[in-house]
Every structure is written in C-alpha cells, then in structure tokens.
Write a protein that binds this ligand. Structure first.
Ligand code: PLP
Length: 487
C-alpha cells in the first residue's frame, strides 16, 4: 500500500502561480524554495531521504489531457508507454485519466494489468518476446503472477483473456505467436510493426525507424505477411504499428512515416485486406530546455489532416506516448555530499548519479538543474543550459559511482552550492527511475506522488537486504554432468 506522508504545505503554490522564470506545470519556486504543487520539496527530502523522485499529479493530468485534446479529431487512443515510468500508482493514475497501456515485457504487462487496465486495452511490443511471455499474454494461467495476483487485489487472473494487440517485430515472431496461440487455444490479434526507414533525427541509440535498426518489418515485406496469414485460424492481423525513435522533436519524421503507412494501407486494401488499426507509437518530444521540442499541437496540426478521412471511415488510431506524459511531471532531488575544487574543474558531488538517472551518461542528455533553495539573487531561471545571471559558478555535477561517465551535468553554471544543499534535476519523470540500476550496490530511490497538499510514497527506497535477497541461498544445480560425476 502506498503511504501518505504528513508534510508541511504552502497554500497556493500550484502551477500558474509562479515566481522566477521557471515555467513548469506542477513545479514552482515559492518563498525562495521549490514546491511541487503545494508541498515543499525540502519536507519530502527530510521525510524519505535523498535521492528521491517526486511526481506531480496535476502535471501528469495536464500533459495527458493536452495530448488527448490535440489528437481528439482522430479519436486517438493514448496507450501510455509503461517503460517511461512504470510505477503501479502512476499507471493507475493514467488509467483513471482514460489511458490505455503500451508494454514491452511481461513484467510491464503485469503492471499495466495490476493497475486496472483490461487486457484488451494493452498493446504488447518488444523485439524479443519469449515463449513464456507470449503464453502469459495470451492466457493468465501462464502469468508469472499465478498465485500472487490476489495480493494486488486482482482475483481474475485466470479469466482475464488475451492482450488486445501484439505489435509484431519480425516474421519469426509472428510464427511463434501463431504457433503458441494454436497450442494454448486462444486466438491472437496483432499489428505488424513497420520499419519505415525514416530518420527520426534523434540520438543514434534511440533511433528505431531506420533500416539498420533492429526494429520492425520492412514496408515491402508487410503485404506478403498479410497474404501469408490471411484467414489464419489463430492470428488476426489487425493493422500496422510504428515507432521511429524517442524523443522525436520535429514533426517532419512523423509526417514522412505516416505517408509510408498510408501507402501500405492502400496496398493492403488493394490486395483485399481490411486493416482496422494504425498505431503511430511514441517518441513525442518534450522540452528539457525551453522551446526545444515541437508541442502536441504542432504534431497534431500536420498529422491529423493526413489521417482524418481514414479515421472518419473507422480506422482506429493509437498513440504510445510515454515521455510526453510523464517527462516534465517528475523531478529528481539529490543532496550535495561534497564540493571539490579541482585544478581544472569544480565538482559538486551528489548522492544521485548515473545509477539514479542514466540519461546524461548514456545519451549526453541535458537536464536543467537548480538548487531547491537558491540564493535570493539566483531565483530559478527558465530551463536554459547557460542562464544569463551574474555570479554563477561553472561546475560538473557528479555522483558517487566509480566511473568518469557518472555525471548529471558538465560545465554547468550554477549558483554557489554548499555541502548538504538540495539540488533539483528537472524533467526527470521519464526514463529516470525506470532506467535506474543497482550499480555499486545502491538501492533504487523512493518515489513520491504529490496531489495538491498530499504527498504519497508510491515506492519505498530499495534496501541492501532487498539487493542481497537473490544471493542469500546458493543451491547446487543437478545437471547431467554433475550426475555423471557422482557415478
Ligand atoms: C514501441 C515503443 N512505443 C512507445 C515508446 C515511448 O516513447 P516515448 O516515451 O518517447 O513517448 C517507446 C520508447 O522507446 C517504444 O519503444
């Protein structure tokens, strides 16, 4: 059960009531300190320690509604990409807003379902679905939660039915799904993930729609697979899916992709197929620094006209947004442990690092950082890498991990910090905690969800005992080799 915390609150410190230049739903500086909705960050840090991830309910809600409104002319269904921030309670919140779910593993699928999502509202992507995963997605009898779902309030595991859609990444995967669907006796519904060979113009590690990437099926191979599986007794091919990368800050790559998909739909229909689903995936960008990304309205302005007629004629449009819902709804709070003046650089050494938030180390991603209680002359500016303020000191903000790549920011002008100060890492809601690791034997940080004046611990800090658990009882494997040895 999540635990509600009692913390001091400040009346009226909600989005829209801001001081300083920081423009972010759910987060503002009030009386010189950072508050999340009506709760001062310092109070949360004192209650649960640091590092800690804090999310704003209002920010999630506004981002979700904004995305929904932008694509309402297509009646698009939003499938939240669970991978972006998978906490059960965040999934529940998004579910309550009307979100469906997009998952890429059986673990994510079970989370989505435990959060109250009907199986029919879940799409299951991922390039390497194992036989066990496919079976569990078809039939709850094979779920890793068998015998345990009741503890999470779900009694209906055995009767939950199959996942709404498999998003299939290869001919071999389709063959596996068909074989298992026949074996289990539950028909599967699927979309083919198309590799449109479109450059999303984002980081090379998160570009997924080019021919050299491992994802999807080349467009020219799609009609053949539809033909092969026409009238298949165990698999219905319902349509097409695509995901070209993340974050995709420009609109044009989506436009190019939609054109490829429209051409494919025409070809499929000409061959007598009746595709009824078009899933455009995720990747919709958000601002990490002010004005860097297209907005939901920008994307919709060019995509809606391309698809309006087909949507009116019954084509179901799905989107899989993750970052655009949760990215700017979360902050990471870290405490400064030491200051170190090197010969070449000044280091601010924190208790969060690449194990807590890997995006800077992995992608050289930018996150705006600012003290939770900055000096009066340095009230939080807009999220720019080099704020135009006098008296800032250039520093590397680094963590405790034994890697030079362990940094949150490099050569970043910041207000003078002191040992014990709190630092906020903004726009950390997506791919923050979900990519956190136990490297160097650190437990994963707690997560707190704020709603007005209420702060709820929605994930506890992982303790060393949790980390040691899987190593507690070594057991000798009985194998043919060990048996032979014994004889
Ligand atoms: C298949 C698929 N859908 C959706 C997403 C979500 O992307 P984003 O969080 O950028 O919206 C991803 C992210 O990698 C993905 O791989």
């Amino acid at each position: 059960m999540p635990i509600e915390m009692t913390v001091a609150t400040v009346a009226g410190a909600v989005a829209g009531d801001r001081s300083g230049g920081l423009q972010l739903d759910g987060f503002c500086y009030r009386d010189g300190r950072l508050v999340v909705e009506d709760v001062p960050v310092e109070e949360i840090a004192d209650a649960v320690g640091t590092p800690v991830y804090i999310y704003s309910t209002a920010a999630v809600t506004r981002a979700f509604e904004r995305m929904r409104r932008a694509f309402a002319p297509l009646n698009a269904q939003l499938h939240y990409a669970v991978k972006s921030s998978p906490n059960l309670h965040l999934c529940r919140l998004i579910r309550e807003l009307g979100g469906r779910m997009d998952v890429v593993s059986i673990g994510e699928l079970e989370r989505a379902w435990l959060a109250g999502t009907p199986m029919a509202d879940i799409v299951f992507a991922g390039v390497a679905k194992t036989e066990d995963e496919v079976r569990a997605a078809l039939d709850g009898r094979f779920s890793p939660l068998a015998g345990r779902a009741e503890a999470f309030g779900r009694e209906d595991l055995l009767t939950r039915g199959p996942v709404g859609l498999f998003n299939v990444e290869s001919a071999a995967e389709l063959e596996r799904i068909a074989m298992l669907a026949e074996q289990v006796g539950v028909p599967a519904r699927a979309c083919l993930r198309v590799n449109p060979d479109v450059d999303a113009r984002t980081h090379e590690y998160t570009t997924t729609g080019l021919e050299e990437n491992k994802f999807g099926i080349y467009a020219d191979q799609v009609p053949g697979l539809f033909d092969l599986y026409r009238d298949h007794p165990a698999v219905e091919l319902a349509g097409l899916q695509v995901h070209i990368g993340s974050p995709v800050r420009e609109v044009q790559p989506y436009v190019e992709t939609v054109k490829v998909l429209l051409g494919l739909l025409d070809r499929l229909e000409a061959a007598g197929h009746r595709p009824s689903v078009l899933d455009l995936g995720g990747g919709w960008g958000v601002d990490y620094s002010e004005g860097e990304s297209s907005t939901p309205e920008d994307y919709a302005a060019q995509i809606v006209p391309l698809l309006a007629e087909r949507a009116n004629n019954g084509l179901e449009i799905l989107l899989e947004p993750g970052r655009s819902i949760i990215g700017n709804a979360g902050v990471l709070i870290t405490r400064v442990q030491y200051l170190k003046q090197g010969r070449k650089k000044r280091f601010v050494i924190c208790d969060a690092g690449m194990h807590t938030l890997i995006r800077p180390a992995l992608y050289r991603a930018f996150h705006f950082l600012w003290p939770v209680r900055p000096p009066a002359q340095h009230l939080a500016p807009s999220r720019f890498e080099r704020p135009d303020l006098p008296g800032l000191v250039e520093c590397d903000v680094v963590g405790p991990i034994c890697e030079t790549g362990d940094f949150l920011a490099r050569s970043r002008p910041l207000p003078e910090m002191g040992q014990g100060d709190l630092l906020a890492v903004f726009s950390a809601g997506a791919y923050g905690v979900s990519m956190a690791s136990n490297y160097n034997d650190h437990g994963r940080p707690p997560e707190v969800l704020v709603d007005g004046a209420k702060a709820t611990v929605i994930a506890e800090r992982q303790h060393l005992a949790d980390l040691l658990e899987t190593e507690r009882s070594p057991r000798t494997l009985t194998t043919p080799a060990s048996e032979a040895d014994r004889e």
